[in-house]
Design a protein around this ligand. Structure first.
Ligand code: NAP
Length: 246
C-alpha cells in the first residue's frame, strides 16, 4: 500500500508512533523513526523492521526545537531522497486543573504538541511542494474537539493541531498534498497507563464498542490516510475512538 514511499514518523520509538512506523514499513515504506528520549527503543524498532525485510533508520530530534526539526527533515531527504509522508505524532501530557497547572506545564505541552507540529511541517513544506506530492497526518485527540477537565494545555494544543491541519490542507491542496488529523480516543500506551484501573473501567462505560483502543487501530487509519487510496480526503479530522465521543 505504501511501496517505496518515504515516511517520517515523529515520536516513533514507542507507543502509537512506533506502531505507525512498523505498520508503514510493513506496507513497503522506507521509514525515518524519530525519537527524542527513547533511543534504545527506536534502534530496536529499526532492527525489527530490517529483520522483516523492510527499511528504516532512526534519528534523534526534539520536535519542539526548530533547528532539530529541520535537521530531521534534512536527514530524511539525505538518506532517502524525498519525503512523501509526514506523521506528526510526538506528544505529551502534563495534566492538572488550571488551579494547579504550572506555567511550564502549559508551555511544554504547547511547544511539543503544537509548535512541534508546525516545526516539522515548516521544514517538510518545500520538499513536498517540489515533489508536488505529500501526505501530512497530524495526531490530534478527541480532547482537542470535546475538551477535558484537567487538560486545558493538552486540549488547546490538540485543537490547535486541527487548525493547522485544515489551514495547511487549504494551503497545499493544489500541490498534490493532503493534510488530515486523527483524533484518537483512549489508546493503550504509556500515556494512558498512568490512569488507575478504576478510571479505565469508567472510560469503558463511554466506549460504544466496549474495548479500549489498540495502537494498531490508529496505525491502520494512518496507513490508509498516507496511501494513494485517500487522495481525495483532506482537511479532515478522523475520530478513532470506538464511539467514545458519540
Ligand atoms: P506515549 O506512549 O507517551 O509516547 C509519546 C511519544 O512522543 C514518544 O515516542 C516520545 O518520544 C514522543 N515525544 C515526546 N516529546 C517529544 C519531543 N519533544 N520530540 C520528539 N518526540 C517526542 O504517547 P502515545 O499514547 O503513543 O501518543 C502518541 C500521540 O497520540 C500523541 O500526540 C498523543 O497526544 C496522541 N494521543 C494519544 C492518545 C492515547 O490514548 N494514547 C489519545 C489521543 C491522542 P521519546 O520517548 O523518544 O521521547
Amino acid at each position: 500500500m505504501l511501496k517505496d514511499k518515504v515516511a517520517v514518523v515523529t515520536g516513533a520509538g514507542r507507543g502509537i508512533g512506533r506502531e505507525i512506523a512498523k505498520t508503514f514499513a510493513g506496507y513497503g515504506a522506507k521509514v525515518v523513526v524519530n525519537f527524542n528520549g527513547s533511543e534504545e527503543r527506536a534502534n530496536s524498532l529499526v532492527e525489527e523492521v530490517k529483520a522483516a525485510g523492510g527499511e528504516a533508520v532512526a534519528f534523534k530530534a526534539n520536535v519542539a526545537d526548530f533547528a532539530e526539526a529541520e535537521a530531521l527533515m534534512k536527514f530524511a531527504v539525505a538518506t532517502y531522497g524525498r519525503i512523501d509522508i509526514l506523521v506528526n505524532n510526538a506528544g505529551i501530557t502534563r495534566d492538572n486543573l488550571v488551579l494547579g497547572m504550572k506555567e511550564a506545564d502549559f508551555d511544554d505541552v504547547i511547544n511539543i504538541n503544537l509548535k512541534g507540529t508546525f516545526n516539522c511541517i515548516k521544514h517538510v513544506y518545500r520538499t513536498m511542494m517540489k515533489q508536488k506530492y505529500g501526505r501530512i497526518i497530524n495526531m490530534s485527540s478527541v480532547v482537542g474537539i470535546e475538551g477535558n477537565a484537567g487538560q486545558v494545555n493538552y486540549a488547546a494544543s490538540k485543537a490547535g493541531v486541527i487548525g493547522i491541519t485544515k489551514s495547511i490542507a487549504k494551503e497545499l491542496g493544489s500541490r498534490g498534498i493532503t493534510a488530515n488529523a486523527i483524533a484518537p480516543g483512549f489508546i493503550k500506551t504509556d500515556m494512558t497507563d498512568a490512569l488507575s484501573d478504576k478510571a479505565k473501567e469508567a472510560m469503558l462505560d463511554h466506549i460504544t464498542v466496549k474495548r479500549l483502543g489498540e495502537v494498531s487501530d490508529i496505525a491502520e487509519t494512518a496507513a490508509f490516510l498516507a496511501s494513494d487510496k485517500a487522495s481525495y480526503i483532506t482537511g479532515q479530522v478522523i475520530k478513532v475512538d470506538g464511539g467514545m465521543s458519540l
